[in-house]
Design a protein around this ligand. Structure first.
Ligand code: SF4
Length: 366
């Protein structure tokens, strides 16, 4: 049994909770490249990259991005293709575009420096409640809880909050709870909670490791049920909507040593990125041959390139691929003929097509 009896006033308990969390952080903090300093640009970039993405996946991207665009001025001056290329594979590309638009605004309206005030930060594209609080607390020492899924989960368990956690009321209750306890080192306090949520008070299917938690003596759900069962069942989530499934037939069109690509529309899913041309539905080889002819191309050989699946937040793509060897001829409007080396250096292809990009390197066109 982990529970320990506490004595003293609620204020004394809150102070003890703050001390316990910060001292746990001092000995257990994760060493991450963006923690080497707390410059606003580094915190901002890392927080944007970390949205919807695992820390381990972000580390390499972060280092590469900082090496290529080391400050806000270089990000603002870079062309969009360069930024998207650095982002290639991270997904949610609108984040990269907003980041760059915000960098331009910072250069033009804030003399090249991110403002310390969270309300000012939120005027910049892509910066909402969470990111503004993270930057303001870590870089400028403001007492602003950065409430994301991790903090909501910790809050639901530590405060025994049994309502639906995905509501504005839950978010403001969580913010108030943490703010009351954020009485020293606000940046470290937020980062400690991020680490606690990632390594100790973890989401299902991992059970929270209450025995290692600095808040085990302060946690209301553990106090109510020392077995940890109640804690593991929190937070209460709304029923998830099923993801919409879409079937696509992906065309890998080879013309000599080049592959034909298409640029996606400037708005919507994967906006402005390059893709293998694709058609809705699951087409047979004959249907693919017909469709390719109707694009004004002359297929010489069509063969299957395997299936792949990609999961987005609200939809799922089930893809079947075909490799199509084409006769030489003019490239139809709307398509681009890219050399293989250009695929690596120039055209950003989203990871949804990773299976087919991988295939390219192993294909020998006879
Ligand atoms: S004691 Fe357990 S449930 Fe409570 S905050 Fe810590 S890890 Fe989470």
């Amino acid at each position: 049994m982990i529970r320990r009896e506490l004595s003293g006033s609620p204020a004394a308990e809150r102070r003890a909770q703050t001390r316990a969390l910060l001292s746990w952080y001092d000995s257990h903090r994760r060493e991450l490249p963006w923690r080497e300093d707390s410059s606003p640009y580094h915190v901002w970039l890392s927080e944007i990259m970390l949205q919807q993405t695992r820390v381990e996946a972000v580390v390499g991207y972060y280092r590469r991005f900082i090496a290529a665009l080391p400050d806000i001025a270089s990000l603002a001056a870079a062309d969009e293709e360069t930024v998207l290329k650095l982002w290639e594979g991270l997904g949610y590309y609108s984040r990269a575009r907003s980041l760059q638009r915000a960098a331009v605004m910072v250069m033009e309206q804030y003399r090249g420096k991110l403002p310390p005030d969270p309300a000012e930060l939120r005027k910049l594209p892509g910066i909402g409640e969470y990111t503004s609080a993270a930057i303001a607390s870590i870089s400028f020492g403001a007492a602003e809880p950065a409430v994301d899924g991790n903090l909501l989960r910790i809050y639901a368990r530590a405060a025994l909050y049994r309502e639906n956690i995905r509501t504005p009321a839950a978010a403001s209750a969580a913010r108030a709870y943490f703010k009351e306890r954020m009485t020293s080192r606000p940046g470290d306090f937020n980062q400690a909670l991020m680490d606690l949520g990632a390594t100790v008070c973890t989401p299902p299917p991992r059970r929270p490791d209450c025995a290692s938690c600095p808040w085990s003596a302060h946690c209301a759900s553990l106090r109510e049920d020392p077995s940890g069962e109640t804690a593991a069942e929190l937070p209460v989530m709304p029923d998830k909507k099923a993801r919409r499934k879409e079937h696509l037939t992906v065309l890998m069109l080879y013309m000599g040593n080049r592959i034909l690509l298409r640029k996606r529309p400037p708005k919507g899913l994967l906006a402005g990125l390059y893709e293998f041309p694709n058609l809705p539905g699951e087409l047979s080889g004959e249907e693919v041959t017909e469709a390719v002819r109707s694009m004004g191309l002359s297929p010489l050989r069509v063969r299957g390139a395997g299936s792949a699946r990609h999961i987005f937040t609200h939809k799922e793509w089930e893809m079947s691929g075909y490799e199509i060897l084409l006769a030489d001829g003019p490239v139809p409007a709307g398509l681009i003929a890219a050399g293989r080396e250009e695929l690596g250096e120039r055209y950003a292809i989203p990871s949804a097509f990773a299976r087919y990009v991988e295939k390219l390197s192993s294909i020998v066109v006879e």
